[in-house]
Ligand binder design. Structure first.
Ligand code: PGA
Length: 261
């Protein structure tokens, strides 16, 4: 990672932890992380929607430095969208980061690049920061079209964004074949794709936006692999699924600087 960009490590709990479990998990994490960890790394947690109010209350009451995140939202602020969650409701709950276009949303729930782009606009309109996920399938990797795929996703996602808007968002490069599979991209492969994403931001938006935008790697990150990814010049953070459910493991990932493996 580059010294100019603050590292950001995010825990995506997916559909795990009810609100009681969520409180325990966050309490334990808060106990394990020290002041210097928060000074060095921005840490976000993304519990399921039904946990958000409980975690918001805990963060406020204990003045925790963890930042509250959501895993998804709708692109509209209100209306006839049964079962959906408005980005305005998330903003009201003190949510600061919203994962947008996670590959599970794209693959399992049919979200298109265009719909993801609308969500990015909505999240930023409400003063929150999107974490925009991009990544290739195994078939695409084997066909050698990884860079075309992620560049295309970045183009559509950022087409309607200004330089200033892009500077404040986060992009997560998550190779789909590495998510929840225990396989991860090698750090140098991930660096190559992340560097290509940064170049794409420079050509679609601007060079200053490309220099400022933070790009995470995600896909089976563990405490033992975190430091290696974070050593790469273009990787500014980690989006962690499975390993974020264990507060001890997640804290060690946040503390990647301290643990030499
Ligand atoms: P994983 O998930 O760490 O369990 O592979 C990452 C993600 O989907 O964000």
């Amino acid at each position: 990672m580059s010294g100019e960009r603050t590292p950001i490590v995010s825990g995506n709990w997916k559909m795990n932890n009810n609100h009681f479990e969520a409180i325990q998990c966050v309490q334990k994490l808060a106990y394990l992380l020290q002041k210097e960890d928060f000074e060095a790394v921005e840490v976000t947690v993304h519990p399921p929607f039904t946990d958000l109010r409980s975690i918001q209350t805990l963060i406020d009451a204990d003045q925790l430095r963890l930042k509250l995140g959501a895993q998804n939202c709708h692109a509209e602020e209100k209306g006839a969208f049964t079962g959906e969650v408005s980005p305005a409701f998330l903003a009201k709950l003190g949510v600061q980061y919203v994962i947008v276009g996670h590959s599970e949303r794209r693959e399992l729930f049919g979200e298109t690049d265009e719909f993801v782009a609308r969500k990015i606009v909505a999240v930023q309109r409400l003063g929150m920061n999107p974490i925009v996920c991009v990544g290739e399938t195994l078939a695409e990797r084997e066909a050698g079209v990884t860079l075309d795929k992620v560049r295309g996703q970045v183009q559509v996602a950022l087409a309607k964004r200004t330089s200033e808007q892009v500077k404040s968002l986060v992009i997560a490069y998550e190779p789909i074949w590495a998510i929840g599979t225990g396989k991860n991209a090698t750090a140098s492969d991930a660096q190559e794709v992340v560097a290509a994403i940064r170049e794409e931001v420079a050509s679609v938006v601007s060079r200053p936006a490309a220099q400022a935008v933070r790009i995470q790697y995600g896909g089976s990150v563990k405490a033992g692999t975190a430091a290696e990814f974070m050593r790469q010049p273009d990787i500014d953070g980690l989006l962690v699924g499975g390993a974020s459910l264990d507060p001890t493991e997640f804290a060690r990932i946040v503390q990647y600087r301290r643990h030499a493996y």
